[in-house]
Design a protein around this ligand. Structure first.
Ligand code: ADP
Length: 377
């Protein structure tokens, strides 16, 4: 028996807000979806208040998670620009969400290509990064399903989980255990679903990785790139640590990337972070192959009805505005979560289903973009 909307409302009435009233009385909540132990809703505030409300969002999520019977909680913080606010261009396709007008940063003129100074990885034709401006947007889930989509196109694919702060590939693939060493004392990647997989989670406890600082992150990732016997691969997908701080920038600079893919949800806060991600890659002259909108819309597992609870379409619009390819939309659906979290991602467990088809479609666009950027270079 899952939680009821009333129980959720009651829990939210105990969460304080900067407006001095409880969250349930602040007039900022979207309709609440409470189904079968899964609860989704959003908190809508003005863009200027958004940062101050992040702790309210976290408190709301914790309060709802504490209700007996609740298994999954998804609370989105969406920021709207006041009607008539300056500087925003006309946005005919947006769904009530404001956006800041930030031009894409194309990097310093004449800046050295990082690929020029990085040794390629022997046998690996292309290394691509899957990145996000912040955690929890489904970056790792997308990276793995995308890798499987590329595999379904007949490519030889590897996956490197470089998300040092929260390596999730062991959980998403069900893989455990330490990699063996070959005669050259290189680590042999683990094999699953036809992918060659390496994760920092195979080597150290998750808590150890969490406290690492930038230089340690870098040396761990370099080791996983260079000291692993990857063999012959068409594509190596790197699941990057979320965010756009120094550690990520150093990684983007030091990994011989052929391109980067940015995962965003449709919410404005996530889009602002995605834009930072784009600026980071362009700064180090790594071509952005495109943006993927994850949790694009909510698809009810019972009736299939689509609800745009997070304001679907924001990432497509953003990609158009910034002049980077839009690679596709992935719905928020319970089977994407359950299959990931049980170690058999949806492209593997439901290969004929609609979600596998979406990931394969995105994979073929990624392959085309890789070809196009290669040709341009
Ligand atoms: P990140 O790598 O960005 O931190 P994860 O890939 O670990 O995010 O995803 C966070 C949670 O969201 C996981 O429980 C995952 O199963 C779930 N998730 C990711 N994408 C979707 C989706 N499209 N639909 C439903 N759940 C999703």
């Amino acid at each position: 028996m899952g939680a009821t909307q009333q129980q959720v409302q009651d829990a939210l009435s105990k969460v304080a807000t900067p407006r001095g009233v409880s969250l349930s009385n602040a007039g900022v909540l979207s309709p609440i979806t409470a189904n079968d132990g899964k609860v989704f809703f959003s908190i809508n505030v003005e863009a200027t208040e958004a940062r101050a409300w992040e702790s309210v969002r976290a408190a709301a999520e914790a309060a709802v998670r504490a209700i007996p019977g609740v298994e999954v909680v998804m609370v989105a913080l969406t920021a709207e620009r006041k009607a008539g606010a300056a500087a925003a261009p006309p946005q005919p396709h947006r769904h009530g969400h404001g956006v800041q007008n930030v031009a894409a940063h194309r990097g310093p003129p004449g800046g050295a290509s990082p690929m020029a100074k990085q040794a390629e990885i022997p046998g690996v034709a292309a290394v691509i990064a899957v990145a996000s401006g912040k955690g929890g947007v489904g970056k790792s889930t997308t990276a793995l399903n995308l890798a499987l989509g590329l595999r379904d196109l007949g490519l030889r694919v590897g996956l490197l989980d470089a998300d040092i702060y929260g390596p999730s590939v062991p959980r998403l693939t069900g893989l455990r255990g330490k990699p063996q060493l070959n005669d050259e004392r290189k680590m042999i990647p683990l094999q699953r679903f036809g992918l060659s997989i390496m994760s920092i989670g195979f080597l150290v406890e998750e808590e150890t990785a969490m406290i690492w600082r930038g230089p340690m992150v870098m040396s761990a990732v370099t080791q996983m790139l260079r000291d692993v016997a990857w063999g012959a691969l068409d594509v190596l997908v790197v699941d990057m640590p979320p965010g756009t701080g120094d550690a990520q920038l150093t990684l983007a600079q030091n990994v011989p990337l052929k391109g980067a893919i940015i995962i965003s949800t449709p919410q404005d806060l996530s889009l602002i972070d995605a834009r930072r991600g784009l600026a980071m890659f362009t700064k180090v002259n790594v071509p952005v192959l495109g943006i993927i909108e994850n949790m694009s819309y909510f698809q009810c597992p019972h009736c299939g009805t689509q609800s745009d609870i997070f304001g679907h379409g924001g990432a497509r619009h953003e990609a158009e505005r910034l002049g980077v390819p839009f690679l596709g939309e992935i719905p928020l659906h319970i089977s994407i979560r359950t299959t990931s979290d049980s170690g058999t991602p949806v492209v593997e467990s439901e290969p004929k289903g609609p979600y596998a088809a979406i990931y394969r479609e995105i994979a073929s666009k990624v392959r085309d973009q890789l070809k196009a950027t290669h040709a341009a270079a």
